[in-house]
Design a protein around this ligand. Sequence first.
Ligand code: HSE
Length: 437
Amino acid sequence: MKPVKVGLLGMGTVGSGTINVLNRNAEEIARRAGREIRISHAAAKEYNPDKIHGLDKIDKITDDAFEVVNDPDVAIIIELIGGYSPALELVLKAIDNGKHVVTANKALIAKHGNEIFAAAQKKGLMVAFEAAVAGGIPIIKAIREGLAANQILWVAGIINGTSNFILTEMRDKGRDFGDVLKEAQTLGYAEADPTFDVEGIDAAHKLTILGAIAFGIPLQFEKTYTEGITKIEQQDVAYAGELGYRIKLLGIARKTDKGIELRVHPTLIPERRLIANVDGVMNAVVVKGDAVGPTLYYGAGAGSEPTASAVIADLVDVVRALTSDPENRVPHLAFQPHKLSRMPILPMEEVETAYYLRMQAIDRPGVLADVTRILGDAGISIEAILQKEPAEGASHVPVIFLTQRVQEKFMNKAIKQIEKLDSIDGKVMRIRLETLA
Ligand code: HSE
């Protein structure tokens, strides 16, 4: 059989890895796919030839990505440019031209996936996006296919390596936030715009996709609650540790009777949980299904070859399914497109979770009683209290509360009242807590 000709858009970190792995493992990959897979046409504004092996095997390299999507010889387009534009225009043009698409672009899928899948569906084409979530971990395949028997109850993941790297270094080495971020950028983990990493946007893109395939809902990025790690202080990481918890940036998708929770925020999790011990740039996702129970997926969430591993797995899937009837392929969002659920996404105020609260209290009798009265009146039960010795000469002491689960709107109200107390200085630091039990 003739080789399948593929067009590659982007020859940066992931693009280089894709060319290198495809060339290095060509024989094994062809044995799996049933046909040789060849990148025949590639586009890049710039690339580093020293980092790519086998450039000579590509027939044509251009700086015009539209030239590749308009190439009639190419059957599959791999989009590794990233960002919204021109990636969206290129992917839609490729679909219009009858080409299947493989992409690692989480921002594109999270924001424009509904439109892209509808266009592909009309043409009977595949759009594969395993590399968009958790890099090399085959989490899309696991949820979409491996767990197809289950009602998914919840998904919780460390899905931004850069944030996890920063939190790990803050905990282990007491390093400075900015300094660690710079290192992640040098290592090629951080997004082009690093606020996407530290403000939780990258994780929210990925969680939007996980939520959609877990619960059979349309992609709804704009309804995903998004909070990053920029407000986390060294002392919070340390107090969480004293109380037996780790702080992780978690993406949580949960089905409740009232609707679906989609939320990204720093979260205290008990240190005895396996996922609490996922450190550095590594990613991990726990998926709880009603039949299988909790399952854990761990691996590299970013980087050249780990992400290429997912891109090429998609490529192999697409090649294997080239001759199959479009109606009988795995649906893009795991559920048949006309069977997507309209379950609402819950606003954060409606979400129920436990909390870590840190406040600066005047060191005098009755102060703790005032705070516990406010919490008690709001129906918020206290799980633990930690009060530190005042620093020499200091008038205030840090006091930390762990609470039981309560709806966020009640906690917001209680925090406002606590902040009004004369005995409490400044803002209350609030971090959500999940036991993941
Ligand atoms: N910036 C992302 C991360 C890269 O840090 O996880 C992979 O999506």
